[in-house]
Ligand binder design. Structure first.
Ligand SMILES: [Zn+2]
Length: 295
C-alpha cells in the first residue's frame, strides 16, 4: 500500500504536470504557463532522488517489520512521538535500516544490552546477573569507592571516555555501577523508610526495575544535583554518545521514564544505538528502548 502511494506520488509529480516542452508548436507557450497557473512543476532533482530512494527502501523487506514494531509501540510512545519518529525514518529509511541492522545484530549477540528495566516492563529476574562483570579496582578509571563492577565491554568504553575527558582537563569519577537484585531491594526499602513511598518511587527503583542490575550503568560522582553544574556533565552531554553512553533520565521526561531527571546516570548501549537514538528517536533513550522491545 505504501509503495503504491509513493509510486502514485512520483507518477503525479513526474507526469501530472506538463513538461516545459511540447512537440506541437503553439502549445509550447501554454505548456510553459500551465505549471505556473496550477502551481506545480517537475520536482527538483534532489527531491526526485529522495522519492526514488524512499521507494527503494520501502521495497526493502527490513522496513515493514520496523514500522510494524513502531505501530505496536505507539500506545506506549504516544501518537505524536510515534508520528515524529516515523517521519524521521521515512525521510532517511536507508540510514535508519543500516543502524537498526547493527543494533539488532548486537542484541542477537547480547540480548541484555537493550533490555528494559523500568516501571512498566516485566521486572528483570531476581537471579539475573550479567555474565562478564569486571571489578573497577585497579583499572584506568577513577572510582569513589571500592567494589564497583561493570560489564567488560562497558568498562573498556568507560576507560576510553575517561582518557578522552582527561586530555581536556576533566576527571570523571565513578560513584555507582552494577547493583544486584538483592542490593537494589535493600536500597529501595531504605529509601521508603527514609522518605516515604511516593518520593522513593520517583527517585529509586524497586528490585528488578533498576538499570543498574544490567551492569551497563555508571552513576558519576557526585551522585546529586550538583553534578549537573559541573563541567564533566557538560562534557558528557556533548561527547558520551561517541563512546556509546546515553543519559537515561533527562529533564522534562519524567512521565516517559518514570523518574525525575538524573544528570549523573548514564547507560552504555553502544555507538550504533546512541546514533540511532539521536537521529531517529529524538535523542531519548526510553523511546529507543520502547521501540526495540516491540521489534
Ligand atoms: Zn543510577
Amino acid at each position: 500500500m505504501a509503495v503504491a502511494i509513493l509510486r502514485f506520488m512520483i507518477a503525479s509529480s513526474d507526469g501530472g504536470c506538463p513538461g516545459p516542452r511540447s512537440r506541437r508548436p503553439g502549445l509550447a507557450f501554454i505548456a510553459l504557463l500551465v505549471p505556473l497557473i496550477i502551481g506545480c512543476s517537475a520536482p527538483p532533482a534532489p527531491a526526485r532522488a529522495a522519492s526514488v530512494a524512499a521507494v527503494a527502501a520501502i521495497a526493502d523487506p527490513r522496513l515493514a517489520p520496523a514500522l510494524e514494531a513502531l505501530g505496536r509501540a505507539t500506545p506506549s510512545l504516544g501518537p505524536a512521538v510515534a508520528a515524529s519518529i516515523r517521519g524521521r525514518i521515512e525521510a532517511d529509511p536507508k540510514g535508519f535500516l543500516a543502524l537498526l541492522d547493527s543494533v539488532l545484530a548486537e542484541r542477537g549477540a547480547d540480548p541484555w544490552r537493550f533490555a528494559r528495566a523500568d516501571k512498566v516492563a516485566p521486572p528483570l529476574p531476581s537471579g539475573f546477573e550479567p555474565p562478564d562483570l569486571v571489578a573497577l579496582d585497579g583499572k584506568k578509571v577513577a572510582i569513589a569507592k571500592d567494589g564497583l563492577k561493570l560489564r567488560r565491554e562497558v568498562l573498556a568504553a568507560l576507560a576510553a571516555m575517561t582518557a578522552a575527558a582527561r586530555t581536556e582537563g576533566l576527571k570523571l569519577v565513578v560513584g555507582s555501577t552494577y547493583r544486584s537484585w538483592a542490593y537494589q531491594k535493600a536500597v529501595f526499602a531504605r529509601e521508603v523508610a527514609a522518605y516515604g513511598e511516593a518520593q522513593a518511587r520517583s527517585e529509586s527503583a524497586e528490585a528488578g526495575r533498576s538499570q543498574h542490575q544490567l551492569g551497563t550503568v555508571v552513576d558519576f560522582s557526585p551522585i546529586d544535583e550538583a553534578f549537573a553544574k559541573r563541567p564533566e556533565f557538560a562534557w558528557l552531554s556533548a561527547r558520551a554518545a561517541g563512546f556509546g553512553f546515553s543519559r537515561s533520565y533527562p529533564e522534562g521526561l519524567e512521565t516517559v521514564t518514570g523518574y525525575r531527571s538524573e544528570s549523573w546516570h548514564w547507560r552504555w548501549i553502544g555507538t550504533a544505538a546512541t546514533k540511532l537514538q539521536k537521529d531517529y528517536f529524538g535523542d531519548v533513550q526510553q523511546y529507543l528502548l520502547l521501540f526495540l522491545s516491540y521489534r
